[in-house]
Design a protein around this ligand. Sequence first.
Ligand code: ADP
Ligand code: SF4
Length: 690
Amino acid sequence: MARNPRYDVLFEPVRIGPVTARNRFYAVPHAAGMTNAMPHMRARFRETKAEGGWGVVCTGYVSIDPTADDAPLPYATLWDDDDIRSHALMTEAVHRHGALAGIELWHGGGSVMNRLSRLPPLSPSGTSWMATHVNFMGNQRPKAMDAEDIRALLAMQAAAARRARSAGFDIVYVYAGMGYLPYEFLLPEWNLRTDAYGGSVANRVRLVRELLEVTREAVGTTCAVALRLSLEELRARPSERAPSEAHEVVALLSDTVDLWDVKLDSSPTDCAPSRFAPEGSHEKVIDFVKSLTPKPVVGVGRFTSPDAMVGQIRRGVLDLIGAARPSIADPFLPRKIDEGREGDIRECIGCNICISSWHDSVPVRCTQNPTIGEEWRRDWHPERIAPAGSTASVLVVGAGPAGLECALALGQRGYEVTVAEAGDDIGGRLRFETRLPGLSAWGRVLDWRRAQLQRLVNVNVYRGNRLTADDILGLGHTHVVIATGAHWARLLYSPLEIPVGELEGSGVFTPDDVAAGARLESPVVVYDFDNYYMGSALAEQLAQSGHVVSYVTPAGHASAWTIMSNEQPQVHRALFTAGIGLHTLSRVTAFARGEVTLANQFTGAETRLECAALLIVGTRFADDALYAALAPRAGELAGAGIRSLTRIGDALAPGAIVHAVYSGHRYARELDADAAALAYRRDAPLPRLA
Ligand code: ADP
Ligand code: SF4
């Protein structure tokens, strides 16, 4: 198909200093969890984006010196010449597909703890990030930089920039964002200096200017010099000379950069979850930049719609459409627009499982795109899949995320696939969960698969078909895949921090009951030790529908795990706004006569809460009765021509949607695959030169 001329503007080349991007699609620097210890995974992951049509593909954060050590979080290094080859693998791979390669040189300053290098962290004035969440806390306070430290920093940046040029990068960054060292100089709370680097905005900008200057000197006319700048805090500060300090900073630096990469300041607002922020949420902060500079501007906003992208260009907000998450969910997004296939874009759902992978210090994962991070390790390509290895037919029982992904990938391989779904429509857990407050964008998991499946004549989907073991034995398929999901249990939480002791009786509910339409009486107590979205989203929904709601959890925060997905600050705001009473560090120990008994998790001290309905959002168990009924009947299975019986998704091991999709995809990739394809391939650092 031909490209829609409405989108031609997105494919115009953009000059960035001495280099030219072939189009306006810019895969911005983002954490991907692949360090120098995984050079091949990293190169192939970024190569796939270049192949998918992005005009520029960037690294994640690359430390310029051991004084910038973010361990155990996964960062890359360019500390010495030995590190060059590891990055050159990526630039060569990206260049093979005609894209430019950008590198985000980074110094973490007082926001990192140097746990690995054990060197004193550096900062403008000895202050560090006193995070409220354990993952980012540390006991090491930074050194206040003296003049010698500043000279050393400039030398580090220059040396790293020279190495970046040797590694083949086209765009070299100075990173003044998100609490990291150059950003710390920009903000007066961090920067209390009384020398030429502190005080007025012009003084606070000095370090960033000098970093830009040494970078340019180091890369000469070979590479463009980009500045990545967080503007949220600066924009909120009044200035005597300009509408805000952000305006002042941009004006002061306008002559020193080839490219502005502008963003917000804290991860939960910069990489905001769709549950709480719409597409394009950066615009209100960064919209002024283009009016102050003739240089190209790139920014992000979880853009997946080409019309929204064109809007950003036409309205003069951006020159280049930056993307981290949309390029993870669909590395081929630009190609699909170019080929008039925008309907095929696998749109990011904004769940932030990708960012949680970084917080977990593992390679990036994605709910929508199971192949991300697996391009080299498993040789999974997001758009290509091996043809069927046999003429086998496959029965998939259950059409939730696992069954749908499995059926789709099997269908794309060319297998004859039958999907049987008990419900009157496909979607499984998504049908209910996407109706919870803020979660409608998650419906893209279903919408995309539904649309793709409709094109496959070799996949037949039967709704309203609850299959029994005998039904399956009678259907005569070669392989049977059980994707029947999971259910929530009424178990409580023990002092050992495990689920025990089922709570029976009327007035006790689980999310499955709410999904099935149960009517709850007020006051409702939501008891959450699942710790992800379900507890807080249900509490919000019940409050919105007029219930008096309390939220109880043994954890220290509501939806405690969502600190990993950047949702937690907003979960707390949402509960507060909805008037929901919050009881942390509390276990429910009993429920009778209109009240629940809570015990403090550590002291055991008891309190009571009025309660007509107790909604336990605790643990989930696999719905594997069908599997259990079939598995022992080996003789009958063989007699029916069934060669394999396999559980996938929640029916195997209940998890988040990302796990179900991955499980379904993996089954489809591995059916009839040879041993080499099944091997667990391990990446390793390149050997050091002597
Ligand atoms: P997952 O996340 O693993 O995909 P879900 O719970 O979302 O799991 O989906 C499981 C699906 O399986 C549900 O739509 C459910 O209706 C369906 N299902 C469960 N048991 C049967 C059965 N015996 N026959 C057909 N479909 C079933
Ligand atoms: Fe988007 Fe979620 Fe995938 Fe991240 S994990 S890219 S937020 S769909």
